[in-house]
Design a protein around this ligand. Structure first.
Ligand SMILES: CC(C)(COP(=O)(O)OP(=O)(O)OC[C@H]1O[C@@H](n2cnc3c(N)ncnc32)[C@H](O)[C@@H]1OP(=O)(O)O)[C@@H](O)C(=O)NCCC(=O)NCCS
Length: 166
């Protein structure tokens, strides 16, 4: 498996990986694919290419099987996990047949290495019944807010010196 930065040729895949990132509660039928066109969800992927858009992919011999990405979502484009204007929000998914094999952990390692020198923290929103929360707990994300059945989690990089350029 090759873990590499998300490149322009990967951008068309964001829609699929955003769809895969939408948690379907156990026992519930999958959502229609158009769910990613809802305004609250499409902000995570539309118009990709802003200066603070960044991601990594898990590439299995040319096939992307996992993706992790961050965006600074603010103003009228806040995400579910909004904390403040300088904390990017994280989203990730691995294709179903490839889950629980360590790919998500490796994607997260790549992203945390990238983000730690650049940002004060990362945030995300996750449903309480999503097993992905185990992964975030294990990596040190802390719950900072709760709304209905979901939590906003934050991982701070306070002790790491921040890069000022590049
Ligand atoms: C969450 C996700 C990206 C993790 O990727 P992964 O490659 O399965 O993760 P890893 O194999 O590295 O680690 C598995 C960890 O994720 C958790 N996990 C999350 N979803 C899981 C799933 N569907 N199957 C198995 N483990 C899952 C496990 O509890 C495990 O935690 P642990 O090691 O502390 O016990 C992936 O499971 C996925 O795409 N899930 C559906 C989409 C989603 O929920 N995205 C996050 C939205 S907030």
């Amino acid at each position: 498996m090759d873990y590499r930065p998300l490149q322009p040729r990967d951008v068309p895949l964001l829609r699929e990986f955003l769809y895969q990132a939408v948690h379907v509660p156990a026992g519930q039928a999958p959502y229609p694919r158009e769910i990613v066109d809802l305004p609250a969800i499409r902000v995570y992927a539309e118009d990709w290419g802003a200066p603070d858009d960044a991601g990594f992919v898990a590439d299995a011999d040319g096939t992307v099987v996992g993706m992790i990405w961050i965006r600074l979502l603010k103003g009228d484009r806040r995400g579910f996990g909004y904390l403040d204007d300088s904390t990017p929000e994280l989203a990730m998914s691995v294709l179903p047949d490839h889950r629980a094999q360590g790919i998500g952990t490796c994607l997260m390692a790549a992203m945390l290495g990238f983000a730690a020198p650049r940002y004060p923290a990362l945030s995300l929103s996750v449903d309480l019944d999503n097993p992905a929360k185990h992964l975030y707990d294990r990596l040190g994300f802390l719950e900072v807010a709760r709304s209905g059945g979901s939590v906003t989690m934050r991982l701070g990089f306070a002790s790491v010196p921040r890069r000022t350029s590049g």
